[in-house]
Design a protein around this ligand. Structure first.
Ligand code: SAM
Length: 272
């Protein structure tokens, strides 16, 4: 008997119009949809008039549900895995199932779609050439501190998911451990109140209460030796020639290169 396929289907992170035609086709065609929360997925399915049978698959039943799903796949049934939002497996259940499915030699297809981390990254203004998706920090501050310590020297943009009731504490910890770097809060992506708050960590710690769903991004560690001071000196020269105020030059250069203001003042005053 032919085995079925496992489809990993990304679903909207807020705006239902972001469901793809292919995702709808697969959700309609599948014999079973394995959902993180059947009540949430039912809203999605009802909206698109899809009546496929659902079963639950979440963090607390991954073990035995994976076995049940493998049985279905071995019987030739097609199974679509979805989470409450975005990609399954990305800070969501599915890892265990995917590994069991690979072990069984069953085919997997991914159905592309929305993802909060990437939506946040591309509009953040932070470097997107290389980046690390970290997901959630440990909810315990002592553990989160250790995690941030381990990320301190990472040279590329880091993306975190965070709950609204923890974001202010996380911003404080990040400022304390990572120093005053550029950072971005991306809130309520794809929804009516979508918002990007960009600034340095010293500014973002003062932002006040934040509601809704949040992605938090920080710039990587810019090591001193990676900064080309010859280019910066030239830029300072040009700005001085244009008779810009020292204060404005310091702010502009500090913002552009994320280097301490004292260091820039040093370059200006000890300039030959
Ligand atoms: N699987 C999802 C994905 O692919 O993006 C992530 C699920 S994770 C359990 C939920 C977290 O993702 C939220 O706490 C928040 O950090 C982030 N998130 C999800 N939707 C979001 C949105 N519309 N705006 C901002 N962040 C969002």
């Amino acid at each position: 008997m032919n085995k079925g396929k496992l489809f990993l289907v990304a679903t909207p992170i807020g705006n239902l119009n972001e469901i793809s035609k292919r995702a709808l086709d697969v959700l309609n065609m599948a014999d079973v949809i394995a959902c993180e929360d059947t009540r949430n997925t039912l809203k999605l399915l009802s909206h698109f008039d899809i009546h496929t049978k659902m079963i639950s698959y979440h963090n607390f039943n991954e073990d035995y549900k994976s076995i049940e799903i493998i049985e279905l796949l071995n019987e030739g049934k097609n199974v679509a895995l979805v989470s409450d939002a975005g990609y399954p497996l990305i800070s969501d259940p599915g890892y265990e199932l995917v590994n069991k499915v690979i072990e069984e030699g069953i085919k997997i297809e991914t159905i592309s779609g929305p993802n909060a981390a990437l939506n946040a990254l591309v509009a953040s203004g932070l470097s997107s050439t290389h980046f690390l998706f970290y997901g959630f920090l440990n909810p315990k501050s002592s553990q989160a501190k250790k995690e941030l310590e381990s990320l301190k020297d990472f040279p590329y943009t880091i993306i975190f998911y965070e709950a609204p009731h923890r974001i202010n504490k996380t911003l404080e910890l990040a400022y304390e451990i990572l120093g005053d770097r550029k950072a971005v809060i991306a809130r309520e992506l794809t929804k009516i109140h979508e918002e990007f708050i960009r600034g340095n960590l010293s500014e973002l710690v003062k932002v006040g209460e934040l509601k809704g769903e949040i992605v938090f991004l920080v710039e990587g560690n810019k090591k001193e030796d990676e900064v080309d001071y010859e280019i910066i000196k030239k830029e300072i020269d040009d700005l001085l020639k244009k008779e810009n105020k020292i204060k404005d030059i310091v702010n502009e250069i500090a913002d552009k290169y994320s280097i301490p203001k004292n260091k820039i003042k040093d370059l200006i005053y000890n300039h030959n």
